[in-house]
Write a protein that binds this ligand. Structure first.
Ligand code: MG
Ligand code: MG
Length: 255
């Protein structure tokens, strides 16, 4: 079931989204060669705590997971696509990092992700990240009343495929509201004009994931969480929480 949010609810979700944006900004600012992923998790946790927000990630345990997620961010480095558990790994020169973060504030959730490089970037990584951001922007632009879920999926997939990148099958965005994951699912590829009609009051987390090697294959680490490319190529992830309004898409997780 899809819950339509009132304008007041969307304003409240904007506040949760602002906390996510601030946490991601702080993590990005703290990231550097030699900094551990655990340190970055601590930076995000501090922002959440300071805002009086809880983490929808910490302790989250979907059906596929062998253990509850132990952190407030997912930190996915290089060939990790999403859901990386932040551990003792220290960032190295040229790493590509994707950070996904959520917040729960006054009963409402926000969810967003950014990808960036550390130290001297590889030009191919910058192209990959730029394409993920462009795919996200295209998906957001399609998130307007009268369009359908498939129009968002198609917009994302078209950008990724045109750039020659792979798109992990079966992972994508989702409705979001009082809980982080709500209906409907938002695929990252698919035919336009299909699926649920978009209406004002729907709030969606839109989140393209792109694989540099061009294959769609992924595998899960022994930790049961981290998804990794099979070809060893790098991956990038970008995400915003977006409200569909009569005036068009409203990004709730921008700074
Ligand atoms: Mg996320
Ligand atoms: Mg999400």
């Amino acid at each position: 079931m899809v819950e339509l949010k009132t304008e007041e609810s969307i304003d409240a979700m904007r506040e949760a989204g602002r906390v996510v944006a601030r946490a991601l900004d702080a993590v990005r600012g703290a990231a550097g060669v030699g900094v551990s992923l655990l340190d970055l998790d601590g930076v995000a946790h501090e922002v959440l705590r300071g805002a009086g927000a809880d983490s929808p990630f910490l302790g989250y345990r979907p059906r596929f997971a062998p253990v509850p997620f132990p952190a407030v961010v997912c930190a996915s480095v290089n060939d990790a696509i999403v859901h990386g558990i932040p551990g003792a790994y220290r960032l190295r020169d040229g790493d590509l990092v994707s950070i996904d973060c959520g917040a729960l504030l006054n009963g409402w959730a926000g969810d967003a992700a950014v990808s960036f490089t550390v130290g001297r970037p590889r030009p191919a990584d910058l192209r990959l990240i730029e394409a993920a951001e462009r795919a996200l922007a295209a998906g957001i632009a399609a998130a307007r009343p009268g369009n359908r879920i498939g129009d968002i999926a198609h917009a994302i997939g078209a950008v990724g495929r045109a750039a020659g990148y792979g798109i992990p099958d079966g992972f994508g965005g989702h409705g979001i509201g009082r809980r982080m994951h709500e209906d409907p699912g938002v695929p990252n590829e698919g035919p336009p004009g299909r699926g649920m009609k978009l209406r004002p009051g729907m709030v969606l987390a839109i989140e393209p994931m792109l694989i540099a090697g061009g294959t769609d294959d992924y595998t899960a680490d022994a930790d049961g969480w981290t998804l990794r490319t099979v070809d060893g190529s790098r991956a990038a992830h970008a995400e915003h929480t977006v409200a569909i309004t009569a005036d068009g898409p409203r990004i709730l997780t921008a700074l």
